[in-house]
Each structure stands twice: as C-alpha cells, then as structure tokens.
Design a protein around this ligand. Structure first.
Ligand code: 5GP
Ligand code: MN
Length: 350
C-alpha cells in the first residue's frame, strides 16, 4: 500500500510533540464529524503519551458529536473569547486539523498567527496554507483527516503513544462522517483503517446509531418538510437545491446539526449530480455543495460562494437576501457550464 506520509514529516511530528509541554489542538468553524473526531483523537493520543493538551473550537459542534467530548471538555471560543486568547498565547505547540487555511478558524485566526508556538497542520484539503505552519502533513488522497491521523499514529505507535479505544472511536467517527458512511472518497486504505480500528474495540453499530441514527423528532420533521416543500430540481443542470430560512428552522425547533446531511438527500434522485443547501444565519447564508460526477464544487464555491473544500464536497458563504439564493445558485451553474464548454473564460467573467 502507498504510504501517505514521508519519513521526515513523521520524524518532525514526533520531535515537536515530544518536546511540547502545553499543546493546543484546533479545528475549523462549524466543526463537522471529521473536525471533532480529529481533535478528539489527537487529544486522546497525546494523553496516552502523557502530554496534556487543550482542544479549542471556534464555535460549538452539533449535539450528536457530544460523545467524543468525554474528558476535559473542549473549549469554545465564541463562548469565552478572553480565556481562549490567553490559552493561545501560552501554548508552545498548536496542532491544527481538518482545514487548509487559517481563515477557517474565523476570529481565532489573529490569535493563532500571533502565538509564538510551533504550529503543525494535518489536513486533507487541497492547497494548504504553507506560510502559517512549521510542519504541514497534507494529503488529499485520503478519505478524511481522521484517516490521515490514523496513518500518522500507525507510523509512531511502536515508539510513542497508542491508538487506544478512545482514539479508535474518534478516528472511526470522523472517517465515517466525512465519507457519508463509506460512500464518498473511500479507498482500500480506508477499509484497512476501519478493519484495524474494529480490532481495537470500536463498536460500529453503536457509532452508526450515534452518528446516523438517534435523530430528534424536530430534525425528522424538518427533513420531511425539506423533501416535500423545499427541494427544487433544476433538470437542465442535473442539479437540486434547498433553501432553509431562519424563520422556518426556528418553527421546527432547530438546533445545530439538525440539517446535517440534508445536502446529500437530492443526490439519491436519478439524474441529480449536483446539490446545494443554503441555510440562513444572522449574518449570512451558509452554503453546502456536493457533486457525484466530475463537476468541481470546490471551483464553484471559490468562484461564486466565497469558499472552497474538496472537488465533490465544498462549502462557503453568501451575503445576499435569502430569497435570492436559489436564483443565484442557478446563475452560478449557468456560468460554470458555459465555462466548462469554453464559451466564457474565467477572466471574462470578472
Ligand atoms: P460542509 O458542506 O459539510 O459544511 O463542508 C464541506 C467541505 O467544504 C468541508 O471539507 C469543509 O471543510 C469545506 N468548507 C465548508 N465551508 C467552507 C468555507 O466557508 N470555506 C472553505 N474554504 N471551505 C469550506
Ligand atoms: Mn474533513
């Protein structure tokens, strides 16, 4: 099997971690399963090495991931910024996981940049920010950051640390959520990882239930509403979109994470290869984009939605009235399809 991490990076990771006394582990805003699985796995792995660490997230993670936050609770920047700023200033090592650019930590960015700590980035998105980190372990061929961490830990486990059950559960959860339960970006190495983690005591039925089951009544009813009333199909572009306003989310008793996975639902329709979910927040519209063919939503997001991600899963932000989101999406597709056919160049769009 191909090795994902070179010897020098493994050695440097081990060196930086073993000399550190005060480690911060961070991930991106609106943390998903891979982000929370990754911070939790790194924390537990360092714990097994006898190294104390603190997890900091820019804002709260969805409730269904709470089972990964089981010791020394994660600190949430938006809930207590001044405490977090002090922590960032006193850290001697910062390990960032599951994002490629520091702007993804939102308001935390300037505090991470000004910290004197060594900084490591471990991630699977394209084009990592090489300026801001002393060590970058970046690999786009893996399913998830959790898979990359698994292969990193496997490299050093004989000499330091241990992939114990806590680490295994976190890694499995992150991989399972980022691949949408083994449907996207999975390769033979992902199955090798899953097999190894099962041997270490992961209860896959329990995790399946925690992540893809155990829904609240409000989430289930919102899902019904979305499928019946809100899913729009654009046959010309083999696409579909859903717009959720703040008002309707409130009327369904929405809590963070309740719309998780909604963006994937239209992709189950024969002939739909591109899907978008727009959710209104106080300050902007959150954008989630997916594709199941060669259409790059990473590019679509960079061009039209102030964001990025992977070729087939990306996200971004929109600053327009929510009623205009569907129309804007359709226009962005029209322009991208013209671009694909070579009618318009990226330059002439500006
Ligand atoms: P999701 O749709 O699940 O929120 O995000 C899908 C992918 O896009 C994830 O890999 C996530 O890291 C990335 N992503 C989501 N929002 C943004 C954003 O605002 N900017 C960038 N660069 N990437 C994003
Ligand atoms: Mn990820």
């Amino acid at each position: 099997m191909k090795r994902y991490i070179d010897n020098d990076s493994v050695r440097e990771f081990r060196r930086l971690v073993t000399k550190a006394g005060n480690v911060l582990i961070i991930s991106h805003i609106n943390p998903d399963g891979d982000a929370v699985g990754s911070v939790s796995a790194v924390k537990s792995y360092l714990f097994a090495m006898g190294i104390h660490s603190t997890v900091i997230l820019p804002n709260r993670y969805p409730d269904y991931l709470e089972f990964l936050d089981n010791k020394d609770p994660f600190k949430i920047y938006s809930e207590n910024p001044s405490e977090i700023i002090k922590l960032a200033d006193s850290a001697d090592l910062i390990i960032a996981v599951d994002f490629n650019k520091l702007e993804r930590v939102d308001e935390l960015e300037s505090h991470i940049l000004s910290s004197k700590a060594d900084k490591i980035l471990i991630d699977h998105h394209p084009h990592p920010d090489r300026e801001s980190f002393s060590l970058i372990i970046s690999q786009t061929e893996v399913s998830s950051t959790c898979e990359l961490l698994f292969w990193l830990f496997k490299e050093i486990e004989d000499e330091c640390g241990k992939i114990d059950k806590d680490v295994a559960v976190s890694l499995y959860t992150g991989m399972m959520t980022d691949t949408n339960n083994f449907s996207n970006s999975v390769s033979s190495s992902t199955f090798l990882m899953a097999s190894d983690l099962l041997d270490r005591g992961v209860d896959k039925e329990y995790l399946q239930h925690m992540v893809f089951g155990g829904f609240s009544v409000s989430r289930m009813r919102l899902m019904g509403h979305v499928l019946l009333n809100k899913m729009v199909i654009i046959p010309d572009y083999c696409a579909s979109y859903i717009v959720l306003t703040k008002k309707e989310m409130e009327s369904f008793g929405f809590s963070e994470g309740d719309s998780e996975g909604f963006v994937n639902m239209p992709l189950n329709i024969k002939g739909v290869n591109i899907a978008a979910l727009f959710t209104e927040t106080d300050s902007h519209i959150r954008v989630s984009l997916r594709s199941t063919d060669d259409f790059s939503v990473n590019r679509l997001s960079a061009l039209h939605f102030n964001g990025g991600g992977h070729e087939r899963a990306a996200g971004g932000k929109l600053y327009i009235p929510v009623e205009k989101a569907g129309e804007y999406f359709e226009k962005s597709l029209r322009e991208s399809f013209l671009l694909c056919k070579g009618v318009k160049t990226e330059k002439s769009q500006e």
